[in-house]
Design a protein around this ligand. Structure first.
Ligand code: 4NP
Length: 153
């Protein structure tokens, strides 16, 4: 299975989601590939925001190797599941979908924890340090929930 994590800049939320899920997949020896992208190409080529890197490292997750890239239409074919962080990401990705199959791949990551509620992982970019820890906690729980949900299927 191939999973793509998507946010706006691909420097805070989605690289952390990628790093968290990739670590868990490695530990559990699962056949899941993980990548991330941003709907904006504004930060393309950049490493994750240093505040997100530091928060992740505090919890033992290294994301410093990840580089931002923009989401592209070909990602619909390349991935089985496309997880978005908020409604803005959802709308931006859905606008690029060509088929119903493409649209069905796009899911709110927090729906793994809170089904059908379409809750947002808040964008921490303009907030304080607490925002980054909150993002960490939400994405840690959501990636756990995702792995337990696919196990049950
Ligand atoms: P992300 O956070 O979508 O979680 O990577 C953001 C990063 C950068 C910007 C916005 C959100 N920005 O406006 O530059």
């Amino acid at each position: 299975m191939k999973v793509l994590m998507v946010c706006l800049g691909n420097i805070c939320r989605s690289p952390l989601a990628e790093g968290l899920l990739a670590n868990k997949v490695r530990l559990k020896e699962l056949d899941i590939e993980v990548d991330s992208a941003g709907t904006s190409g504004h930060h393309a080529g950049d490493p994750p925001d240093y505040r997100m890197q530091e928060t992740a490292l505090q919890f033992g997750v290294s994301i410093n190797h990840i580089r931002s890239r923009q989401f592209v239409i070909d990602d619909f074919d390349a991935f089985d599941l496309i997880f978005v962080m908020d409604t803005q990401n959802y709308n931006n990705v859905i606008e690029m979908a060509q088929t119903q199959e493409d649209r069905e791949k796009v899911k709110f990551i927090l729906n793994e924890l809170y089904p059908r509620q379409n809750r947002a992982v808040p964008d921490p970019y303009y907030g304080g340090e607490q925002g980054f820890e909150k993002v960490y906690q939400l994405l840690d729980e959501a990636t756990d929930a995702f792995l337990s949900n696919i196990k049950e299927q």
